[in-house]
Design a protein around this ligand. Sequence first.
Ligand code: PLP
Length: 487
Amino acid sequence: MDIEQFRKAGYQAIDRICDYHYSLRNKPVVANVQPGYLKPLVPSAPPETGEDFQTIADDYQRLIVPGLTHWQHPSFFAYFPTACTFESILGDLYSSSVSNPGFNWASSPACSELEVIVMDWAAKLLGLAPSFMNESGIGGGAIQSSASDSAMIAIVAARASYQREYPDTKLEELVIYTTSQTHSLGVKAGMVLGLSVHILDVKSEDNYSLRGDTLRSALEEDAKAGKKPFVLIATVGTTSSGAIDNLREIRQVARDHPYLRVHVDAAWAGVAFSCPEYREIGYLDEINEFADSFCTNFHKWGLVNFDSSTLWVKNRKFLTEALDITPPFLRTKQGDADTTIDYRNWHLGLGRRFRSLKFWFVLRSFGVQGFQQHIRKSIGLNDLFVSLVKQVDIIRIVTPPSFGLTVFRLDPPSQQQQTLESLNILNTTLFSRISTRDDIYLTQTHLNGVVCIRFAVGALLTSESDIRGAFDTILKEAAWAIDTWKE
Ligand code: PLP
């Protein structure tokens, strides 16, 4: 493809992307295909000679689009909806057009410097303390590809700093603390790093939030057993139910255990801090005061397209000392002079995508008020869903609604007390029914053995009528599930 052919194909691509977005509301949310659908439709090997690009572009429409789950659909209430803004698409396009793997300053000054700037902008948007900002010269932030990567890096940095302080520590003594509601990233990090993971108990009566006493007891028990817990992954907005670990109590305990690093995973809920009214319930003051690192995914609720997981640390040296390997071919005079940030030492790979560009486009285009509007709109719509649920007596809200997430289950009134098992069968039936539909998309979860259904609001296109429509659909399927269950 030459430049003029690219120009023509590019115009067509933009036209088709616009048509796709216009058509979203009329599409099913989920793909109507079966596993293995694609293989018989494409050749088993690449073509011997290059193909005409129009054929390739048409095959994207013909073969790939039908197999897509439409995360931007207004009736996508599964997982946590992901952002897709046109500003981000354009940012990715420009970034891809220069293909700058900005691993150090010299490899792409703009790539490195823009990331330094937008990470501070984002920190200010969320109300993070100056000690998290790049301009502090001690702390700072970098864009990672996922919250799992962010947690892994935070743990690697915590481990290195612990081992520096306590050089006699054996690897097998080190322990990562998570809770039973922490995202699987905690256990995965333990698997990858060969470290033990102690999964702390959280209770339904505490709405699945980690309490200070639980942490204190675990620390005491582990100390007696000769174990060395060195990092806690606390969560603001767990995946299952949006639970928020009690960082006020955790801070009290952490004061007595200064060697314990605390990483806060707010992958989904963290962007709600752009609205001052949500800072207290998410313990932002405590995060600012004592957390060692903080992560939120702007690519979830934060208007920046995948991938854009932001990680801030209070002490960048913990990161760079753990991850810096500088062979001669990576040495630069700016790096030697330590006047710039070499982001290669802030993540696991070497090369990194120019993600700050789309982030910059979005932050400028929406502004603080645009972010706030988006977050408040999603939470308002979730409040509407909650009010609809409260009007019927067959559905129960299981945990307090959290930001844009509601966890509910069917629990119809009946003469005799229903067993947990029986209600689980009912809710599994309801979820299976909802899952056969292609006009709404929800996901399920289990909380202490209780089968529940999650309703997560956050897609840009979702409106009040979509919430009412989804609620009517759930109610209709609930009636069917109850009838079947009674039989
Ligand atoms: N943490 C929380 C609380 C999440 O809800 C999720 C995903 O939904 C993750 C981490 C994982 O994010 P990622 O896919 O960026 O690793």
